[in-house]
Structures are given as C-alpha cells and as structure tokens.
Design a protein around this ligand. Structure first.
Ligand code: SAH
Ligand code: SF4
Length: 389
C-alpha cells in the first residue's frame, strides 16, 4: 500500500544473487533464536545453564540493535558468545534478489529455509521497502503464497506454499531495515499486505507483531503498523481482544455479496453482513479508525452505483476508504478509467466517507499490491523493464 504515484517509465533493474549474507549461522541443528520472545530467550538461556537475564540482553541486541552475529553482542561475556555460536543460530531470510525501481521502491525476493531440523518447506517470499521523505514503509508477507484465491490477485496463483514463522515475518523487517541502514528515516511503518492472509496464520503473525511493536525490540508504533485482511471474521474478533495490536484494514473490494462472491471466494464463508458486523463490534482505540481497501476493477466494481452502495455499507463505521486502481497482472481484469476513479471518490467524500486514491508504488518492478507472485519471467518480458545487470 502506498501513497506516491508511480511513473510507468523505463526502469532500471538491479539484481544481485546471494550477495547479502547477513545470517551468521544457518545450521539446521542449531536453535534459531530469530522470532523468539524475550521470555522464550530467557528460558533458552536457562536451559543452557546461564542466567535468564542474558536472554533479555540477547533480545535487545537482536531486535533493537540489529546485531545478527553473536560475536557482535559485546554486552555478553566472550565465553557465552562462543557457546551461543555453537548452540544457536540467527537465521535471517536471505536476500536472493533485489529489484530497485526509480521511485525508490525496493522489492526483495527472500529465500526462507527449511527451518529447524528441516521440517518446513524452503520457499521464496517477497518484501517491499518504500522510502518516503520522513519515513519508510515496509510491506511484509505473512505466508508464502495464499490460499484465499481472490481472482484479481497474482499471489493467489501461487496457492498456499506455507505459513511463515514469527522469525520469518519479523526477519523481513530486520533485513529491509539493515539493508537500508545508511538511509533510514526516523519513522518506520509496516503494512502486513505482502503475500498471504495474515489472519490465517494468526499465532505466528501475533508473535511477530509483539516483537515488531515492542518499544524494547523493533519499536514500531502500533499507530504505524497495519494488518490487512480479506475478511476472516473469527480472526478479526480475536485481534480485537489483543492487548498489543496493529491497526486493521479490510479488503472490501466489492459493493454487494454477489459481486464479492465472484472475486473473493472467502465471501461465501464470511459474507458482507457478518464481516461488517464484526467491523462494527471491533473495539477501536480512541485514535483509531478502520481502513477499507477497495481495489477498483475497471468496468466491474467502479460504477457510481457501486460507490453509493459502499457508502451505505460503511454507514455507522469510523472508517476511511483507500481506493486502489487495480495493478495489472496476467489476469482477466482491467485498470479503471481515471475519470471513474475520481468520480467514485467524490461520491464517497460527498457523503462524508473519507476516501483516498492510492496509486501503488513499484509497479514497474512488480512490487505493487497484488503483484507479489514471483512472476519473474512475466516482469522481465515486459517492455517496461530494462535489465541492467
Ligand atoms: N491478504 C490480505 C493482505 C495482502 S493483499 C488482504 O487481502 O487484505 C493486500 C491488498 O492488495 C489487499 O487490499 C488486496 O485487495 C490488494 N490487491 C490484491 N491484488 C491487487 C491488484 N492486482 N491490484 C491492486 N490491489 C490488489
Ligand atoms: Fe490472498 Fe490477499 Fe491476494 Fe486475496 S488479495 S489472494 S487474501 S493475498
């Protein structure tokens, strides 16, 4: 999700292969500490016969200081650092490729391993880094692929490869921050809007968020973190009960059940009345509002009547709408007409529904919403891409 219109110019494209070896140890037999909470690290240190507070020191070094090598954790005694490097690992996702768009957006293809004892499938996922004047926004994946099968989304074409672990989710933010260390702005925003449906990987997503939002760890403000869901009602209800939670965005994308059924099969399980009831019951904090995303598919859901129906659907909700003109992929939809987009927005704002048009960044490197599907070959064959290796 993004706020700066992208140019559709010829792009430069940079790719590096396996040149970003930040992970200190990736052995399958070691315990991976990445993704562990402070409590889990304290317990782990105790199992090694060390004092628990050493676990809290590692927690801070790993997440707040981004020290990914035990040797660099100089607040630990040398003997402990040596012991840790034999018994544990900090296995970050590895940058397999980077694509840099002229608008500054970086799309990372990250390789995630097969986990401890090789139990999980190795896979590639994508993370997008978007620099802006005073902040950066990092778009994070929560699953490799996605099972929800929205018809307009390229990620859906992958199916679900697997859920990501807490370490793989938080690790994406650490990798993107570290890779841009020299150019970081004071504020970091995160959006859980990459590959996957976050509320269908609930526990790992929440474990990652507790690390991401902890002022003593990665320290992202809950006001600067947004989880986007296709509308998993039980997950929305559960999220509302969490003490630490990000803001919530809901992918509405249609103005009637009939229309939503057609493009989002999840609507058959959680139709609009159930979804909007969960939204009305959602316990918003004083400073908070809900965001509804609405992907505009030309000639399908972008008419003035659609806009009027959206106004009615969102009555009695403290909400704003982000209108996202569809980002093209190899799918049978059309970009909406610019005039229709403007008209749609005016119908909403005239009825006091705040609405914004979000032109996606990084389209030229297939980094925009719904384009994260590792369709490398499709990207390369586009005339807009000029490889510069
Ligand atoms: N699975 C979650 C989060 C990831 S998708 C969800 O669906 O909300 C993030 C956003 O991208 C969603 O709002 C989705 O509707 C939107 N999206 C998917 N494909 C798109 C495309 N081709 N163009 C524009 N937005 C798209
Ligand atoms: Fe999955 Fe979101 Fe894409 Fe739907 S829009 S297929 S939920 S990633």
């Amino acid at each position: 999700m993004n706020v700066i219109p992208s140019g559709e110019s010829v792009v430069q494209f940079f790719a590096w292969y396996d040149d970003f070896n930040m992970s200190s140890q990736t052995s399958n037999v070691s315990v991976n500490l990445l993704g562990k909470s402070r409590e889990e690290l304290r317990e782990f240190l105790q199992t090694l016969g060390e004092q628990a507070y050493r676990g809290a020191q590692i927690y801070h070094a790993l997440y707040a200081e981004r020290r990914f090598d035990f040797g660099a954790m100089t607040n630990l005694p040398a003997a402990l650092r040596e012991r840790l490097s034999r018994n544990a690992a900090i296995a970050l996702p590895q940058v397999a490729r980077r694509y840099l768009s002229p608008d500054g957006t970086v799309r990372y293809v990250l390789a995630i391993g097969s986990g401890e004892r090789g139990l999980a499938k190795s896979a590639n996922i994508e993370t997008v880094f978007m620099p802006e004047e005073n902040r950066q926004t990092i778009c994070v994946s929560t699953q490799a692929g996605c099972a929800v099968d929205c018809r307009f989304c390229l990620t859906a074409t992958l199916g679900l490869v697997r859920n990501l672990t807490a370490g793989e989710i938080a690790g994406q933010v650490l990798v993107a921050l570290e890779d841009n260390r020299a150019a970081l702005k004071p504020q970091t925003n995160i959006v859980l809007m990459g590959q996957g449906e976050p509320l269908l990987n609930y526990d790992a997503v929440m474990a990652a968020l507790r690390i991401l939002l902890d002022p003593n760890a990665i320290a992202i403000s809950p006001k600067h973190a947004t989880l986007s869901t296709s509308g998993v009602v039980p997950g929305i209800e559960q999220l509302g009960r969490e003490k630490v939670r990000p803001k919530l965005a809901i992918s509405l994308n249609a103005s009637s059940d009939q229309q939503r059924d057609e493009i989002m099969p999840i609507n058959r399980k959680y139709p609009l009345d159930k979804l909007l009831e969960a939204c009305r019951n959602y316990p918003l904090r004083t400073w908070e509002h809900l965001t509804f995303e609405y992907v505009l598919l030309g000639g399908f859901n972008d008419s003035p009547d659609d806009a009027r129906r959206v106004v009615r659907l969102l009555a009695n909700l403290r909400a704003k709408v982000n209108l996202i003109p569809w980002n093209p992929g190899d799918l049978p939809y059309e970009k909406p007409d610019a005039k229709r987009v403007a008209e749609f927005r005016t119908i909403l704002t005239d009825k006091d529904v705040p609405a914004f048009v979000r032109a996606s960044r990084g389209q030229d490197v297939m980094a925009a919403c719904g384009q994260l599907a590792l369709l490398e070959s499709a990207a390369f064959s586009s005339a807009q891409i000029s490889p510069a290796l």
